[in-house]
Design a protein. Structure first.
Length: 249
């Protein structure tokens, strides 16, 4: 099991945002988190690489195991954890620098300085993100000058550049047009052979198309979790069925 969440509760001051969460994320699969806004799915995603450490009032009980090691244990190096678990956010957020420097930024911070090695990493990362052919002649151009869909694939390439084991994506296509969304979905399907992927999405079709497992969240709890094809075709819980079919309210 790549990631195992055990009896996890998360609080912001006195408000409980996650309630007794138990979840297994299998290596080389795409796991989708679905549910209405404010149900806890992004909160859990950000907890997996300790992004919630940045929220002063946040408190967690229970365990999150990554390759069997408690990520909230005293021995866990948070910088190493975030290198192993890359994050891609809802809105494309390229750095205000060149395409090349966006990809090289992470490797440089981890001590890689030789231009030949950085050149290799930039090309390999852009190829892995299926955007090398579109950007190979624009490496010196500002990353802010490319389209939104290209920016999001650039952000995925930037995450891949530091050789993560897991890619966490928080609604990565919600701000994109249908064509760009399809390209991202195709890319994620290709990447799961090499990476473990966890994606938060409001798009039921997207979860059904690309994920192996799906967890349905409601009011901070996981209502149902299982194989995507079974959850969408034969949901066990009435609330899951209502959400999937659009009758939820």
């Amino acid at each position: 099991m790549k990631i195992k969440v055990e009896d996890m509760n998360l609080y912001y001051d006195t408000f409980q945002a996650l309630i007794n969460v138990n979840l297994d994320v299998v290596e080389n699969e795409i796991t989708a988190f679905i549910g209405p806004s404010g149900c806890g799915k992004s909160t859990l995603l950000k907890s997996l690489n300790r992004m919630n450490d940045l929220v002063e009032s946040c408190r967690i009980t229970g365990k999150i195991l990554f390759d069997g090691e408690d990520i909230y244990g005293k021995k866990m190096n948070v910088n190493v954890l975030r290198k192993r678990m890359g994050m891609v956010f809802q809105k494309p957020n390229p750095f205000p620098m060149s395409v090349y420097d966006n990809i090289a930024y992470g490797p440089r911070t981890h001590g890689i300085k030789k231009k030949r090695e950085l050149d290799r990493i930039v090309e390999e990362s852009l190829k892995n993100a299926a955007i090398w052919d579109e950007l190979k002649d624009r490496l010196k151009k500002s990353a802010l000058a490319i389209s939104g869909g290209q920016q999001q694939r650039l952000c995925i390439a930037r995450a891949l550049a530091v050789k993560p084991e897991v890619i966490l994506l928080d609604e990565p296509t919600s701000a994109l047009d249908p064509i760009s969304t399809t390209k991202i979905e195709d890319l994620l399907t290709e990447l799961k052979d090499r990476y473990t992927i966890v994606i938060v999405t409001h798009n039921m079709g997207q979860a059904a198309r690309i994920s192996d497992k799906t967890a349905f969240f409601l009011h901070g709890e996981i209502v149902e979790f299982g194989k995507t094809i079974e959850l969408f075709s034969r949901p066990k819980d009435k609330k899951t069925e209502d959400y999937i079919t659009g009758r939820f309210g």
